[in-house]
Design a protein around this ligand. Structure first.
Ligand code: HEC
Ligand code: HEC
Length: 332
């Protein structure tokens, strides 16, 4: 930070802009803090792995295929397309800000990002590989071996290190700097009247009971269809699939509403095509409240202020395969 004769004043303004705790408005939603990178080499390795389609059987599908970081960390499809054009059973949630969630997946079956990252590689309907084969591929690529050695002190590639590095990269995928965060940090001009009215409605009508905290969600499992049942063709059971308890049936992790403008379509079955539709459904099914068109418009205007600075970096270059690298099997 540059200091001049007005150095103190500048420093104060800069701290406010960076979101220091004392400056933040007392609201049920808190600003997102920028990622603190402690091990940049690990993050770089994780970034490469996130973009590397050689972690899939076909050699074609990477994490980024379904969590496209150019599209809000999602695929914008009702349900994802996996290996051999397999139709996925559930909508892909965004990876943006997913480090803030209590658990991973709609039903919370993975406790954290590291545990989650092993799932898709070996899922026959997603990347359709095995952990052993993924490790064999990486071990055969000299560029990766050198990187694993630099980060983990050993040339031995292990699935545990693969998922650890991917998780470290995912922890950097946070989106501070949204208009709403600027408002939370004291900038009165960051929101216009309509957006502010939308936030007031969101808060006063009870959306914040479930969508709260820095991620505006992700902090609890809640029943979809609390007041009125949700009608869906999807077979997803929600949390009950993990706990085996009947009272957890149709409980899903409350999704983050950060960047929700980018992550359409909505809900675990991807049934709501637009934000307007999703807000209307939430109002009726979760709160027993039928919003007018104008009210929905206001809430949607507020939700769009939750779009933050998207992760920006140079597209990673992937080290080439060697003659020993097992070849992809794109067609079964
Ligand atoms: C074929 C598409 C596909 C691929 C490839 C894929 N995912 Fe996913 N991802 C999904 C779907 C669908 C879900 C939701 C599954 C569920 O909840 O049951 C998901 C869930 C997640 C979540 C949980 C987010 C949350 O809010 O609960 C994270 C994190 C994630 N994936 C990261 C990854 C990583 C890392 C990779 C690469 C190793 C990857 N995904 C590969 C489709 C995919
Ligand atoms: C009782 C808890 C609860 C309340 C209250 C609630 N929500 Fe939700 N919200 C959820 C759950 C759970 C989901 C995921 C449901 C699913 O996918 O089946 C969700 C999903 C959403 C989604 C879709 C996000 C996505 O990525 O798919 C939006 C948008 C949303 N809520 C907005 C709102 C608004 C606006 C309100 C107030 C009118 C509200 N919610 C009230 C629990 C709640």
């Amino acid at each position: 930070m540059k200091l001049n004769s007005t150095g103190i004043a500048l420093a104060v303004v800069a701290t406010v802009a960076a979101g220091s705790a004392w400056a933040v408005r007392d609201e049920p939603i808190q600003p997102i803090q920028p990622a603190k990178v402690t091990n940049p080499a690990k993050v770089e390795l994780g970034k490469r792995l996130f973009f590397d389609p050689r972690l899939s059987r076909s050699g074609f599908i990477s994490c980024n295929s379904c969590h496209n970081l150019s599209m809000g960390g999602s695929d914008n499809l009702q349900t994802s397309i996996g290996h051999n054009w397999t139709k996925g059973p559930i909508n892909a949630p965004t990876v943006l800000n997913s480090s803030m969630a209590v658990a991973q997946f709609w039903d919370g079956r993975a406790k954290d990002l590291k545990e989650q990252a092993g799932g898709p590689i070996a899922n026959p309907g997603e990347m359709a590989f095995t952990h052993d084969l993924a490790v064999d591929v990486l071990q055969s690529i000299p560029g990766y071996v050198a990187e694993f050695k630099a980060v983990y002190g050993s040339s031995r590639v292990e699935i545990d290190k693969v998922t650890d590095a991917i998780a470290a990269f995912e922890e950097t995928l946070v989106t501070p700097g949204s208009a709403f965060d600027k408002w939370l940090q004291g900038d009165d001009k960051a929101l216009n009247k309509r957006e502010l009215a939308g936030y007031k409605l969101f808060k006063d009508s009870g959306c914040v009971a479930c969508h709260n905290g820095p991620a505006v969600g992700g902090s609890s499992f809640q029943k979809m269809g609390l007041v009125e049942p949700y009608v869906t063709k999807s077979g997803a059971e929600g949390r009950a699939g993990v706990t085996g308890k009947d009272e957890d049936r149709f409980n899903f992790k409350v999704p983050t509403l950060r960047n929700v403008e980018l992550t359409y379509p909505y809900f675990h079955d991807g049934q709501a095509q637009t934000l307007e539709e999703a807000v209307d459904v939430m109002g009726r099914l979760q709160l027993g409240r039928k919003y007018s068109k104008e009210e929905i418009g206001q809430i949607v205007a507020f939700l769009k202020t939750l779009t933050g600075d998207q992760p920006s970096f140079i597209l990673p270059l992937l080290p080439p395969s060697s003659n020993e690298t097992p070849r992809p099997v794109p067609f079964d």
